[in-house]
Ligand binder design. Sequence first.
Ligand code: PLP
Length: 458
Amino acid sequence: MTAQTQTATDLLATDTAHFLHPFTDFAQYKAAPGRTYVRGEGINIIDSEGRTLLDGMSGLWCTNLGYSQTSIIDAITAQLHALPFYNSFFNCSTDATIELAQKMTDILPAGFNHVFFTNSGSEANDTNIRLVHRYFDLLGKPEKKIFISRKNAYHGSTIAAASLGGMSGMHAQMSALPYVEHIEQPYDFDADSRLSDDELGHRAAQALAQKIDALDADRVAAFIAEPIQGAGGVIIPPENYWPQIAAICKERDILLISDEVICGFGRTGSMWGCETYGYRPDLITFAKAVTNGYQPLGGVGVSDKVATVLTTSGGEFAHGFTYSGHPVACAAGIATVELYQSSQIVDAVAKDRQIAWATAVQTLSDHPIVGELKSKGMLMGIELVKNKNTRERLAPESGGAVYCRNQAIAGGLMVRQVGDRIISAPPLIISDEEMATLVDRLRRALDLTAQHYGINES
Ligand SMILES: Cc1ncc(COP(=O)(O)O)c(C=O)c1O
C-alpha cells in the first residue's frame, strides 16, 4: 500500500509502527501519535484528515515563499531529467552547482565570493569547524582551536553542531567536543530584577570578552552565533549587542561566524541577519530557505579574508560530502534565489511587510497571559505568564505554552512552543488577510489557555 492509498488512520498506525521522529519522545508518541501532512497550498498545510492549517512556522523556518512555487518545482524536475546526480569530488562539478555558487555570492554580503555546499545546516556548521581550524593551521596558529558559542543556541544536531549549540537537553545525551565553550545569551525575562536593554546587551557582549580573555585569545578560534536565536525561542538581542560582539572579535583576532540558517533569506528584514544588525562576519552558515525547503541543501559563505588563505596556501582540504553541491538541490537553490531577485520580497519585508507583521502581532500584547511580545522582521516570540507583573509562569515545565500550542494547532494554526514561549515565523509572502487570520487564531488559543488556567480572557 502506498502512502497515497492509506487512510488517515492507517497512516498514523504505520507512522507509530515504523518511523522514529526527530526530537520526539518515542514512548509518548506511540501512545499519542501526531498528525500527518499530505499537501501544501500557498502558506497552508493540509493533513491526512483534510484539515487545513495556516503555517505560522514556514515548515521549519524553510518555506519562506510558501508551498506553491512552481518555478522551483519545475527546476527540480528539469534537473532530474538532465543530470539527477553527479559529485563535486576529484576536480568535478555540475553546471547547476557552479551556477548556484555564483548566485549565492551575488546575494551574500560584499566580500563573500566563495561557498562550500553541504546538505544541511548541521553539516555546514561542522564544515565551519573544519574551515576555521584549517585557516588557523595555514596561518601558522594551530593552537587557535577553541570555539565559543552561547547557551540555548541551536546550531544543528550532529555531534559537532550540537556541541556548538547550547541546548542542555542535547548535551545531556551526548559527549560534546572538548574545545567548545559557552557564554550567556542576551536574555533575562526570568531574572528577579531585569536590566535595561542596553545593560543586557552590554553584559551579554562582555561575557564574550571575558571568556576569550580567560581562555587566552591565542587559543580561541571563533565565536559562532545566530543573529536572533531561533530554535532557542526567538531571542531578539538588544540593538547594542551585535556591534559590541563584532568589535570584541575583531580586537582579539577571533573569527565571527553568523549562523544564518534561520535568519538568512529575508527573515529579519534584510537578506542576512548580520545586515539587519550591521556587523561583518567572516563565515555565514546558510540552509533551509536557500531552496525554500524543497530540497535539502546547506552551506557556508566564506569571506575573502578566509578564502584567500584557504585558496592560496595549497594542500588538500580533506572534507566534503557525497552530496556537496547536489545538482538537484542546487537547481532548487537557483530557482529560489531567482524568485527572491524577481519578486524583491526582501525589499518588501524591509519596507512594509515587517511593519504590518509587527502591528498585527502587537495587538496580542495586552492579552492577560502575554508577559512580553517581541517581533523583528518576520519573527515573533511571546512569553506566557500567569501574572504580567510578577512574570510567574502559567504552569510548571512549560505546560502552559504546550497547552497553548496545542490549542493553536487544533484551531488551524501551526506555531511552535519553546519553553514558556510561543513563537512564529510565517512565510514572508503572508498577506495582510492571512496575518489577521493568524492573529485571530492565536488570540483564540491564548483565550482558551487563559480559561484553562482560570485567568480572565482578553
Ligand atoms: C540556526 C540553525 N543552525 C543550524 C541548524 C541545523 O540545520 P539542519 O537541521 O538543516 O541540520 C538549524 C536548524 O534549525 C538552525 O536553526
